[in-house]
Design a protein around this ligand. Structure first.
Ligand code: R5P
Length: 304
């Protein structure tokens, strides 16, 4: 097996290769004057199981095209199989037709295109929902980022309470609370699909007085959901408010928005390069899930 890190591998490919003791290659990457990417493999992958590592934020569209170019180069060289580790899988939130909209189901297009580029194994982390990934033709693995994230938060709190800002984050909250050994609950939220605004439609009955409230989610994008939850926690007497999410997109003014709403500390992972937080490395979680899947020679041929 050989691991190849794309231009947006974020160092994760190198770490996985080191952790697993398998071959590692960086790709050669340059931009044409018009901004198009040129990708070249910097070694032979012929007859090998190839694992490409490329996250999809920032610049989702470009990062996706680069991944397809990498897959094509590996296929043309005669790779035995091609897998992709996509720590942050973009376009996963449009996973169905929404009422009153004629939207494309973007996750389906992404998965179909990966398949048509010859990718037959997919590893990702905290996809928005797991079910839509079943349309991928091949093997899909979801690595667990919540455990290392919750373990890191645990080092910083003593009297915790976990708050899911919507029903979709309830499983994450349950897992977090199990690791922190504390109570949890969820808000019911509604999002206006035209403006993107969120509002709380049902407040939970929970005593947060003098607690360190941890708002947990799969991602923070524009920060509206976390802001709404932080305002609720504050009005319920939280002593301190922390936010923890796997993917810190932090679009627009999200950081200031959540800080102004009372979030004092932010925890995330390196699925997306974002530094204004406590960042947890999820390379081990990925290595764990792919270990022993492929056989073959195990040696690092290039580490810098
Ligand atoms: C929504 O269902 C997701 O789990 C997140 O709650 C959402 O994407 C966060 O978005 P924003 O930060 O823009 O409110």
């Amino acid at each position: 097996m050989i691991i190849i890190e794309g231009p947006a591998g974020n160092g994760i490919g190198r770490s996985i290769a080191a952790e697993m003791g398998v071959e590692f290659l960086e790709c050669k990457h340059r931009l044409f004057p018009d901004g198009e990417s040129e990708i070249e493999l910097d070694g032979s992958v012929s007859g090998k199981d190839v694992l490409l590592v490329q996250t999809m934020y920032p610049n989702q569209d470009k990062r996706f095209v680069e991944l397809l170019l990498l897959a094509n180069a590996a296929k043309k060289q005669g790779a035995k199989s091609i897998g992709a580790v996509i720590p942050y899988l973009a376009y996963a939130r449009e996973d169905k037709k929404f009422a009153g909209k004629e939207n494309a189901v973007s996750i389906n297009i992404i998965l179909e295109t990966l398949n048509s580029a010859g990718i037959t194994h997919l590893v990702t982390i905290a996809p928005h929902k797991a079910e839509p990934l079943s349309s991928f033709k091949g093997d899909v693995k979801i690595a667990d980022a919540i455990t290392p994230l919750a373990q890191e938060v645990k080092n910083h709190v003593s009297d915790a309470f976990v708050l899911a800002p919507d029903k979709g984050a309830l499983d994450i909250a349950r897992q977090f609370a199990g690791i922190l050994g504390c109570d949890y609950t969820n808000i019911d939220k509604r999002r206006d699909r035209t403006t993107g605004d969120v509002e709380m439609i049902k407040a939970p009955q929970a005593d947060m007085r003098d607690k360190e409230v941890i708002i947990v989610d799969d991602m923070i994008s524009a920060g509206s959901t976390t802001t709404m939850a932080a305002a609720f926690a504050k009005s319920n007497g939280a002593k301190r408010i922390i936010a923890a999410a796997v993917h810190l997109i932090m679009a627009d003014d999200a950081y200031n928005k959540i800080r102004n709403a009372g979030v004092e500390e932010l925890f995330g992972t390196n699925t997306i390069p974002y530094h204004n937080c406590h960042s947890v490395d999820i390379s081990n979680a990925i290595a764990q899930i792919i270990r022993d899947r492929w056989s073959g020679p195990r040696r690092i041929i290039k580490t810098n």
